[in-house]
Ligand binder design. Structure first.
Ligand code: NAP
Length: 224
């Protein structure tokens, strides 16, 4: 999949990693970048095409897939982190994490699958986490959602292969965005570095993109 001349949709593109991905897609010559956001007034990146998209709202998702009917690359980036324990946290927090971080990307992928197929295949990138594989108690809800989205990524890859749609997953630990505002600076990496690796991975047809040392170490240690 070449970024040059692609038509990309990035969910949660108004800030954080999504905004950086949208900027780098433009720099690499994407023909159009739809910047998805719950509130399009919060999109401040020149050159993108604003796209109203709340991944938890089926009507918004359906409308976005109609508007962005020329898409060839879907990046499921939008996400939340609520630090909810599965056993002692508010159950509503668990539901919110699953709704946004699992059912959200699933719903967007289902809506955009016919679009990508109609446009000749293309690619999907799901933004996952090292917490797809590493499940600390305090982050149980987020981990469960990201683990489920890893399974979604793998199942979708197999299901969409016959249509020529490439499906990749991006795993990273801490990035310097609002989501990780409470994490010490030395433990976070620049989202621009992660975005560059992600786009390189899409262009290389990688199934899995491991963006930092923590993700590589945890993945390598899974069998233990
Ligand atoms: N930061 C990290 O350390 C880290 C590590 C591993 C993985 N990740 C993953 O990286 C991705 C991007 O996160 P980030 O670090 O850039 O976080 P961020 O700065 O908090 O940005 C999150 C983005 O998701 C959007 N969003 C949240 N709920 C949404 C919904 N229902 N519909 C549409 N958009 C929604 C937000 O939009 P609003 O402005 O409307 O809230 C915002 O644009 C997420 O999938 C996250 O889980 C982050």
């Amino acid at each position: 999949m070449q970024i040059q001349n692609s038509v990309a949709v990035v969910t949660g593109a108004n800030r954080g990693l999504g905004r950086v991905l949208a900027a780098q897609l433009l720099e690499r010559g994407a023909a159009k970048v739809y910047a998805g956001a719950r509130n399009t007034d919060t999109i401040d990146l020149p050159g993108v095409t604003p796209l109203q998209l709340d991944v938890t709202d089926p009507d918004s998702v359906a409308r976005a897939a109609e508007v962005a009917g020329d898409a060839t690359l879907l990046i499921n980036n939008a996400g939340i982190f609520t630090a909810t324990s599965l056993l002692t946290g508010e159950l509503s927090g668990v539901h919110r994490e699953l709704e946004t971080n699992f059912f959200g990307p699933l719903s967007v992928l289902r809506a955009f699958t016919p679009v990508l197929e109609r446009n000749g295949g293309g690619a999907v990138l799901n933004v996952l986490s090292v917490l797809s594989w590493f499940h600390p108690a305090g982050y149980g809800a987020y981990s469960a959602a990201k683990a489920a989205s890893w399974a979604l990524t793998n199942a979708a890859r197999e299901e969409l292969a016959p249509a020529g749609v490439q499906v990749s997953g991006l795993h990273v630990a801490y990035m310097d965005t609002d989501m990780a505002a409470d994490i010490e600076p030395e433990r976070k990496i620049d989202p621009a570095v992660v975005a560059a690796l992600a786009l390189d991975g899409i262009e290389a047809g990688a199934n899995e993109i491991l963006a930092d040392e923590i993700s590589r170490t945890v993945k390598a240690g899974l069998a233990a």
